[in-house]
Design a binder for this molecule. Structure first.
Ligand SMILES: C[S@@+](CC[C@H](N)C(=O)[O-])C[C@H]1O[C@@H](n2cnc3c(N)ncnc32)[C@H](O)[C@@H]1O
Length: 395
């Protein structure tokens, strides 16, 4: 029987699902092998998908927290550890957890410890922190659990249970470091969360080539592109933004996140494009444009409808100019574009702009291929602003 694997999605399962589909496309894998076990867990049942490719895909993605293998036989599971002298392990429940799970985790951990002792193996187990039934990434990484032992998982979907073991955990510390420790982050201007920037780059499904963010701000898209190994271009109208991006990229390089990347960061106003720069861009093989132009200032309260419409008009003007530059001046063909359009909660309901108000029919909308039943939305609970993500292909 071929091996089965699972991916555990992060906070936005619909966005994660679309990211996995995009990655399967990028690596020319058959998406029919992706099966929804629950909102949070996707199973991979395809034959002939090498484990190392799946691990590579997992490590590239922003939307998944765990990757692992389904265990067919729990009785023989411990056999692979009998040659070790000392083991650190943990048990977690993913999916529809219920009240008794923590008790069950403790009982099972004690049974495993006893079983290991019978084989002369000393072991130590970790218990999920209070109020949870899953080990967190820090527990797993700091205790080197996946090397020194294992994390046994019980996957629940309300109907059945599967056993699995973790093979890789999201590099949470890396994301947090790039988000919090980089030299510049301009909250006023709005900053994309690095995991979302990563997902957006992955939606563009490009094998290799140049990613361009024409509204680069402090450079979140640029940084995640660089970490993924893409060459990139970053441009912005604002001198401070350009300085922030430059400094952040230098920092990224010093921290060892960047391989041999070719990049350029330059001033460019999409509403008033410089002819010389357009000429250069014409001769550059851009593979993808990934951007978020403007979300307005952070909002705490519901907006007035007039104010939301005013913000959206600015977004629309910027996008219309960008598409005009891409279509008429640079004349791009065959590229993918991933962009954000905001929705605002107003006193008279939600306000947004439609994708067809800014992108002509020459840009094919790919969202339904990646997310068959739902829109791609990124929004925190009770948030007043939602990010709507669109994936386009210029035919
Ligand atoms: C929301 S910020 C982008 C933030 C960025 N995604 C990040 O995570 O740091 C939008 C950026 O668009 C830039 N911008 C606004 N109008 C522009 C224009 N006409 N041409 C180019 N950039 C512009 C702003 O200066 C700002 O840095």
């Amino acid at each position: 029987m071929s091996k089965q694997y699972f991916f555990q999605a992060g906070t936005f399962p619909d966005l994660s699902y679309a990211e996995l589909v995009a990655m399967f496309n990028t690596y020319h894998l058959n998406t029919d092998s992706i099966h929804k076990y629950s909102e949070e867990i996707l199973l991979i049942k395809g034959k002939d998908i090498p484990e190392n490719i799946l691990i590579k895909i997992f490590n590239r993605m922003g939307g998944f927290v765990r990757f692992g293998q389904i265990i067919d036989n729990l009785d023989t599971f411990l056999d692979e550890f009998v040659l070790k002298e000392k083991i650190t392990f943990g048990v977690s429940v993913l999916g529809n957890a219920d009240k008794g799970d923590l008790r069950y985790i403790k009982k099972l951990s004690n049974e495993i410890k006893r079983g290991l002792r019978e084989h002369g193996i000393s072991s130590r187990f970790l218990i999920p922190s209070k109020g949870t039934v899953q080990l967190n990434a820090a527990q797993i990484i700091n205790n080197d659990v996946l090397k020194k032992g294992f994390e046994l998982l019980i996957l629940k979907n309300g109907k059945e249970e599967l056993y699995a073991k973790s093979l890789s955990i999201q590099d949470l510390e890396g994301y947090v470091e790039r988000d919090m420790d980089r030299p510049y982050s301009d909250i006023k201007m709005g900053v994309l969360p690095p995991k979302l920037a990563r997902m957006m780059i992955n939606y563009a499904s490009v094998d290799k080539g140049i990613v361009w963010d024409p509204f680069c701000g402090s450079g979140t898209v640029l940084m995640e592109s660089a970490v993924l190994g893409y060459d990139f271009l970053g441009s912005d109208i604002d001198d401070d933004a350009l300085k922030y991006s430059q400094e952040n990229i230098l920092w990224l390089n010093e921290k060892g996140y960047m391989g041999n990347i070719v990049y350029d960061i330059f001033k460019f106003d999409v509403k008033n494009p410089d002819k010389e720069i357009v000429k250069k861009l014409k001769n550059t093989s851009i593979s993808a444009v990934v951007c978020e132009p403007f979300m307005g200032p952070p909002q705490k309260r519901t907006l007035s409808q007039e104010y939301a419409q005013q913000l959206l008009k600015e977004v629309k003007d910027l996008y219309l100019s960008l598409f005009e530059t891409l279509d008429e001046r640079i004349g791009v063909r065959g590229i993918n574009m991933v962009l954000v359009i905001p929705s605002y909660k107003t006193d008279k309901g939600w306000e947004t702009i439609g994708i067809r108000e800014i992108a002509s029919k020459r840009w094919e909308l790919l969202n339904s291929k990646y997310s068959p039943n739902r829109d791609l939305k990124w929004s925190r609970k009770n948030s007043i602003i939602t990010r709507n993500i669109f994936i386009l292909h210029r035919t």
